[in-house]
Design a protein around this ligand. Structure first.
Ligand code: PBG
Length: 328
């Protein structure tokens, strides 16, 4: 197509002014796509900043209502809630305790704001060994863990959770949770499945915040090998079959190719989790004056959207929301 060659064709024509660039812009971040993670820790009396995540604090129960109002005031539609109990045990029984920290936090948030509460569902914050399920002979036992996930889902829904997000990467977890929710009358509570969750080094800072680092071993027997892409599609296909409503890819930035493939392959909404290490890296570089914080943040979040994510879970949610508001 000779017509499109230089000098007839000049790509710079459509970059000549801010107005023209705006007209031809292909993707736009929207505050309505953002989800803000929230940590509530039963042992705290005051917010405690997570040292490796400047700007992010674990909150005491007394502060979650206020925080939810702040999030919702910025136009962010949802929080992703992680609870850290005072007492942990081998089975993680605090996870399905009606008076557990997560259940109390859900009730508190629902009473003080209209923000959606997405409850993360895993046992690693609740077990004294830090693994995502119950151990048998030193390994996480899949099927006995599933039952506990079912109990936890019901108790989170009873407390008022709007959505359940299972992050433990047990086989069959979506089917089990769907069935448990349906049997308990929560057939309208959606499941956002951590469908393709990788065994990533980028979760490091989160584990400090959630006190969820495994005491021994790692999570490579259930989380995915970072080298695999076809397997991610297989995991997602299984979760679709089991009844997932939203598919998540996690982490986001090192896995943009997976987000893109998920977008092409499935017609369910795709969520991407811009995880703790992705946040910390950018914060650290910006604190050193090595990159422009706001521009790098918006470029990173924009790339996740461009790759195909409909929903972006990010510790930058509040800062990005404020910036988007300022642009309008
Ligand atoms: C497990 C869970 C983890 C994250 C979210 N849910 C940690 C893990 O798998 O070890 C990581 C989130 C982040 O790094 O921001 N409950």
């Amino acid at each position: 197509m000779v017509w499109y060659m230089f000098p007839a064709s000049r790509a710079r024509r459509l970059r000549s002014s801010s107005a023209v660039r705006g007209l031809v812009r292909e993707t736009e971040l929207d505050v309505r796509d953002l989800v803000c993670p929230m940590f509530v820790n039963e042992s705290l009396n005051a917010p405690r900043e997570i040292s490796s995540m400047p700007g992010v604090s674990a909150l005491p129960l007394s502060h979650v209502g206020r925080e939810a109002e702040a999030v919702s005031g910025l136009g962010i539609p949802a929080v992703l809630l992680f609870g850290v109990p005072r007492v942990k045990d081998a089975r993680g029984s605090g996870a399905w305790d009606e008076q557990g920290v997560t259940q109390k936090a859900i009730r508190e948030i629902k009473a003080s704001s209209d923000v959606l509460v997405i409850a993360d569902l895993c046992l690693c914050e609740y077990t004294d060994h830090g693994h995502c399920g119950v151990l048998r002979d030193g390994a996480v036992d899949n099927d006995s863990t599933l039952e506990l996930y079912g109990l936890t889902a019901i108790s989170q829904a009873e407390a008022g959770a709007d959505m359940i997000a299972p992050s433990g990467m047990m086989d069959g977890q979506v089917a089990m949770i769907r069935e448990a929710l349906d049997d308990a009358g929560f057939e309208n509570v959606p499941i956002m499945s951590y469908a393709a969750k990788y065994a990533s080094a980028f979760y490091g800072p989160f584990r400090e915040a959630a006190e969820s680092a495994p005491r021994s071993g790692d999570r490579r027997t259930h989380q995915m090998d970072p080298a695999n892409a076809k397997e991610a599609l297989r995991e997602m296909r299984l979760d679709v079959a089991e009844g997932a409503d939203i598919l998540m890819v996690k982490p986001a930035l090192p896995y943009l190719d997976i987000i893109r493939e998920a977008r092409r392959e499935f017609d369910l909404p795709i969520a991407a989790y811009n995880v703790s290490g992705e946040y910390s890296m950018l914060k650290a570089a910006a604190a050193n004056g090595w990159i422009d914080h706001d521009r790098a943040m918006m470029e990173a979040l924009g790339s996740i959207k461009r790759a195909g994510a409909d929903i972006i879970i990010t510790y930058f949610a509040k800062e990005a929301a404020a910036l988007l508001e300022g642009e309008r």
